[in-house]
Design a binder for this molecule. Structure first.
Ligand SMILES: O=P(O)(O)OC[C@H]1O[C@H](OP(=O)(O)OP(=O)(O)O)[C@H](O)[C@@H]1O
Ligand SMILES: NC(=O)CC[C@H](N)C(=O)O
Ligand SMILES: [Mg+2]
Length: 528
């Protein structure tokens, strides 16, 4: 899952980069692997700064000084299919036609077809395994079809409908056309989020596109709305803004995992407050716990920080049982689930959370988390609760069992690595070492996310059901697992040989070398 941003400032003499950096800090939770900003200066020249790492590490002051121009786009990457090569950091850039830069949140599920099409039909070179590189090239080839030296809004909208007719999957994107403007668009199922906001200034209106409303609010873009499924918006450099439905919307199905885990609680997405949906999750989970744990005495409810806090507190209120912060979180450790390798995730749980004996000793505790994915967190947490003296440990999850791949940009894990894969609830309890595990029912979870003026009827829930809203290419899921396994091997091999992942060749099956940096513009400043 990634975070994306785009902005055009009214003052043509100003630089947008500091604001894009500020915004990136608000979206860091959506991707910790790589970060990038591309801006566009007065003469249509692009300036880029990107690389592996968190925003604050990649965007150093000296690099930021080189980002010139009043419009730009940002990306924070959480890789799909497990590859975190530097060359797949975004925004991507292609020079033809016109100079295009693009940031993508989501994942395409017909990449094999797109790769062949780009090669055989439109003869465009693809240099990485990233589906986003395919996307920018499809868009470029659609724009190329006009065979014009300059395009206008209508051409761009047409090129986007062409693009959306070819690509399949989840995508919320911000793109930039050199010297022209910033473009935002969202897939016809609205799987991934994207919002548009505006702000009045003395020089006119500033505009911003962002994955979450919290960025817009925090930076004074107080008038905002969601981009609709299948809709696109062009914010021209001169401040002219135009929206257009470029492809007919399909079943509107935002990804429910945004509400469960991904988004910040202070964001509102498609009219639904993430915070309130999590409160509801706590209420409904409490009912399920009452039904399931009849006769069991629970002394205390303890959240697994951070994301589950909101739900856990409400769950305790609903159950009328004391709520205690039994785990203290080390604020300097990031989200463990989105860390790229398993070893790092396991050690991070203990570094991140520390149990306070006083809250566990001789008590029956109910631990509440938002979700159980690989079971890395829950297993460690249950062990820590027992080490701290808990008598019985019950573990409740605000989301139902996750048994299938997530294919739309939240690369959860290989199905086989999911603790819920091929296991019933009793078996899951055994694996994580809990006395009992209690899961929210899917229908209840859906109802928790339906509290908006325009009730959302459908959500993308493929991780729980194995049925995906867009369908997938026949061999897509096998291909996905193959790529993950390849990337995993590359990582292990690089660790053994002490090489960087990017520079490691898997000789056994001649996996391509991952380039350390991308083949695109090199003006991020210094390379210390
Ligand atoms: O079963 P697992 O594979 O361990 O994954 C699930 C855990 O990962 C996430 O926490 P994370 O530490 O990423 O972020 P948070 O601090 O926002 O809760 C999520 O909130 C669960 O606690
Ligand atoms: N998580 C995402 O949204 C990732 C976007 C894109 N598929 C990538 O791998 O970079
Ligand atoms: Mg967590």
């Amino acid at each position: 899952m990634c975070g994306i941003l785009g902005a055009v400032l009214a003052d043509q003499q100003s630089n947008v980069a500091p604001e894009l950096f500020e915004g990136a800090m608000f979206l860091q939770h959506r991707g910790q692997d790589a970060a990038g900003i591309v801006t566009c200066g007065n003469k249509g020249r692009f300036y880029q700064c990107k690389g592996n790492g968190m925003a604050r590490d990649v965007f150093t002051q000296s690099r930021m000084n080189n980002l010139i121009g009043n419009m730009g786009i940002t990306h924070l990457r959480y890789p799909t299919a497990g590859s975190s090569a530097g060359s797949e950091a975004q925004p991507f850039y292609v020079n033809s036609p016109f100079g295009i830069s693009l940031s993508h949140n989501g994942n395409l599920v017909n990449s094999n077809y797109l790769r062949r099409y780009l090669d055989e039909e439109v003869h465009r070179h693809i240099n990485t395994d990233s589906d986003s590189e395919l996307l920018i090239n499809i868009f470029a080839s659609e724009l190329d079809k006009f065979n014009k030296s300059r395009v206008n809004n209508q051409d761009i909208f047409l090129a986007l409908s062409g693009t959306m007719n070819i690509i399949r999957g989840a995508y919320a994107c911000v793109a930039m056309l050199a010297g022209y403007g910033v473009i935002g668009f969202r897939d016809p199922n609205g799987i991934r989020p994207l919002l548009f906001g505006e702000r009045e200034t003395e020089k006119g209106k500033d505009y911003m596109l962002a994955s979450e409303s919290v960025v817009l609010k925090a930076q004074g873009y107080n008038k905002f709305r969601d981009v609709k499924p299948g809709e696109a918006v062009i914010i021209r450099k001169d401040g002219y803004v135009e929206f257009k439905q470029v492809i007919e919307s399909k079943i509107f199905a935002p990804d429910i995992f945004e509400y469960v885990y991904f988004a910040r609680p202070d964001s509102v997405m498609d009219g639904v407050s993430v915070y309130h949906s999590r409160i509801e999750m706590g209420n409904k989970l409490a009912k399920k716990i009452e039904e399931t744990l009849q006769g069991e005495k629970i002394d205390v409810v303890i959240p697994v920080p951070d994301t589950s806090r909101t739900s856990a507190l409400q769950c305790a209120v609903s159950l009328n049982i004391p709520f205690r912060e039994g785990f203290v979180k080390n604020r300097y450790i990031g989200r463990t689930f989105i860390m790229p390798n398993q070893k790092e995730r396991v050690s991070s749980v203990r570094r991140k959370l520390n149990a306070m004996e006083s809250e566990f000793k001789d008590r029956n505790v109910l631990l509440v988390d938002d979700s159980i994915v690989r079971g890395t967190t829950s297993k460690e947490i249950v062990a820590m609760a027992r080490e701290a003296g808990a008598r019985k440990v019950f573990f409740a999850s605000c989301a139902p069992p996750i048994r299938f791949n997530h294919i739309y940009g939240i690369d959860l894990a290989d199905t086989k690595a999911l603790v819920g894969f091929n296991r019933n609830e009793e078996e899951i309890s055994q694996v994580i070492g809990a006395d009992q595990v209690i899961y929210q029912d899917l229908q209840d979870l859906i109802e928790c996310c339906q509290k908006s003026e325009d009730k959302i009827e459908n959500f993308e829930v493929g991780v729980f059901t194995g049925k995906y809203i867009t369908g997938v290419e026949d061999d897509y899921l096998e291909e996905l697992e193959k790529i993950r396994a390849q990337n995993q091997r590359l990582k292990q091999q690089s660790q053994l040989q002490g090489l960087s992942v990017d520079a490691c060749i898997d000789a056994s099956d001649m996996v391509d070398v991952k380039a350390e940096v991308d083949i695109s513009i090199y003006n991020r400043g210094d390379y210390e």
